[in-house]
Design a binder for this molecule. Structure first.
Ligand code: NAD
Length: 296
């Protein structure tokens, strides 16, 4: 029986994951190395619950019980000692994740399942640093977590059927739609999404069309809610580059080589919405954006 969840990392994804578990009645221990990240996470969860309250999707009691179900920690061992499930959502860095999972294996109860929200790092590689690879699994939520329905459930080489079924059922309990996939570079979501984004960047790089034109074709022509360049800005160009590198290294196929324009933009720090500029330029504190002057 899964009751106690520990979420490691309280950033963009961690706060959303804590939110959805707590709203479904689970006890959530949210842990981060940064006190600031933890207080920002609680502020974000409160703001998102207030928005749901205003839209009458939840009542005041549900808001209060969700917040009451979340406790924050800076000590991973303390946060994990009673966990039935740990969902790791720390920074996308392979060495960091290997270190975190080696520690989780030491401090989490033997029965605990260890899940990672990684976008691209091999589940099998992460599982190999633990003494319980059969209980390590990918639980890949989409951003923003409270809104997006999909959970990509990724089976590592040794993940058991039982653990997979449990995580599939748990995802349904959260009101999500889980999809089971195997552990190969990029899994399914990013293996398909990232080459499309990369091709959109090549299309711009080769002068086939401008930023707005490319996004308009994909929005109106393919009914995508966001064009690929706007989506790349939303995800973060640094994240897109990191995932493309995983695909390129993992398959050894030049078709995944990141576009030189993407590499240049990341080196220049123009990594999208979180930096204020990518393919578009964003006005802080508003929802406004225009095509970046670099592409006019
Ligand atoms: P983020 O940078 O917003 O947050 C990461 C958090 O991890 C930070 O608050 C950081 O302080 C914390 N952290 C770093 N080391 C830690 C440690 N040792 N212990 C505890 N906390 C630690 O990142 P994010 O966008 O929330 O991404 C988190 C994970 O989710 C990554 O693996 C990423 O690939 C994946 N993911 C991201 C998205 C997205 O759209 N942002 C979508 C799906 C999956």
């Amino acid at each position: 029986m899964i009751k106690n969840i520990t979420v490691v990392g309280a950033g963009a994804m961690g706060n959303g994951i804590a939110h959805v578990f707590a709203m479904s009645g689970f006890q959530v221990n949210l842990v981060d190395i940064s006190e600031i990240a933890l207080s920002k996470a609680i502020a974000t969860i409160t703001k998102n619950l207030d928005r749901m309250l205003k839209k009458e999707k939840i009542d005041e009691a549900a808001k209060n019980s969700t917040l009451a179900n979340i406790n924050t920690f800076t000590d991973t061992a303390e946060a994990t000692k009673d966990a039935d499930l740990v969902v790791e959502a720390a920074t996308e860095n392979v060495d960091l994740k290997l270190k975190i999972f080696a520690q989780l294996d030491e401090v989490a109860p033997e029965k605990a399942i260890l899940a990672t929200n990684t976008s691209s790092i091999s589940i099998t590689r992460i599982a190999a640093v633990t003494g319980r690879p059969e209980k390590v699994i990918g639980m890949h939520f989409m951003n923003p977590v409270p809104v997006m329905k999909l959970v990509e459930v990724i089976r590592g080489y040794s993940t058991t059927d039982e653990v997979t079924e449990l995580i599939m059922d748990l995802s349904r309990t959260l009101g999500k739609v889980p999809t089971e996939v195997n552990d190969y570079p990029g899994f399914v979501a990013n293996r398909i999404l990232m080459p499309m984004i990369n091709e959109a960047i090549y299309t711009l790089f080769e002068g086939v069309a401008g930023v707005e034109e490319i996004d308009t074709v994909m929005k109106l022509g393919m009914a995508h809610p966001m064009g690929p360049l706007r989506l790349a800005d939303f995800i973060g160009l640094d994240v897109c580059l990191a995932i493309l590198n995983v695909l390129h290294d993992g398959f050894g196929n030049p078709k995944y080589a990141p576009c030189p324009l993407l590499v240049n933009m990341v080196m220049a720090g123009k990594i999208g919405q979180k930096a204020g500029e990518g393919f578009y330029k964003y006005t802080a504190g508003t929802k406004d954006f225009v095509v970046s002057p670099s592409f006019k």
